[in-house]
Design a protein around this ligand. Structure first.
Ligand code: FPP
Length: 256
């Protein structure tokens, strides 16, 4: 199996990492940002094309106000501190999620990160912020419904490709591999449409303890997987031959 082009990560367990050390939850998120930096570097070194990180879900607003502010603050700090380094490393930054709902200063930072790095050609770092897959799909359906209502789109012209092109991830390939840390084994409203044929890799470590060596192990494991996309692995697809045809003909006769 070839190398993955796109890895997406659910960075889970920051809070439990901190609680296990008697620290406030925000200490876990801060340690999580350090891991995030190491993994972005490892992804660049591995030659990966796309790395998507689930940084803040549309459901995370229900956390205590203080934790929400800390998470928003960490995102701002990350962009202010790391953007130029990422740009120098030829990393392109893309943000997915409901941007319209965010405060103006955060929106401006996100646009700045995307604009500055738009022409970069090594790794594309996709940050899922205020992202929820059901919300993304709902926004896409509303946009398509509007086109139908205005007469510019026929209902029968709605195809999986057109739906994909309406999502925040338009022109980003589907993730080949999704990693989740902290031992939880669920998707939690992350990339529901795009994960249709993704491979999954779960580790029990909390995100702050996740190391580049584990990231490389996940890639190694992915190489061993056989992806079928609902069909057959290539080497098992029977080749049409005269012999096969000859085998079939007598059967047809006997059945007739
Ligand atoms: C899950 O841990 C993690 C998050 C909700 C946020 C991840 C955020 C960061 C790594 C830092 C901020 C992001 C950027 C882009 C700088 P949890 O709080 O759900 O942990 P728990 O399940 O143990 O409570």
């Amino acid at each position: 199996m070839s190398d993955p082009r796109h890895i997406a990560i659910i960075m889970d367990g920051n809070g439990r990492w901190a609680e296990a050390r008697g620290l406030p939850r925000v200490a876990g998120h801060k340690a999580g940002v350090e891991t995030l930096r190491d993994i972005v570097r490892a992804a660049g070194d591995s030659g990966l094309d796309f790395l998507t990180l689930f940084a803040f879900s549309s459901e995370n607003w229900s956390r205590p106000q203080s934790e929400v502010s800390e998470l928003l603050g960490l995102l701002k700090l990350f962009i202010r501190r790391d953007l130029h380094k990422l740009h120098k490393s030829n990393v392109r930054v893309r943000i997915i999620g409901a941007r319209a709902d965010l405060a103006a200063d955060i929106r401006a930072l996100l646009y700045e990160a995307e604009a500055l790095t738009a022409a970069n050609t090594s790794l594309t770092l996709v940050i899922a912020f205020n992202y929820g897959a059901r919300d993304e799909l709902t926004r896409a359906m509303q946009a398509l419904a509007q086109q139908v209502a205005s007469g510019t789109l026929l209902p029968e012209a709605i195809t999986p490709e057109r739906i994909g092109a309406q999502l925040d991830t338009a022109d980003i390939p589907d993730p080949d591999l999704i990693i989740r840390t902290s031992g939880e084994m669920r998707l939690s409203n992350f990339l529901l449409w795009q994960a249709a044929y993704s491979e999954f890799y779960f580790v029990s470590d909390y995100w702050p303890d996740f190391k580049p060596v584990q990231f490389f192990s996940a890639i190694e494991e992915y190489r061993k997987r056989v992806r079928r996309f609902g069909g057959l692995p290539e080497e098992n697809i029977p080749e049409f031959s005269d012999k096969a045809e000859a085998d079939i003909v007598p059967l047809r006769h006997s059945a007739g």
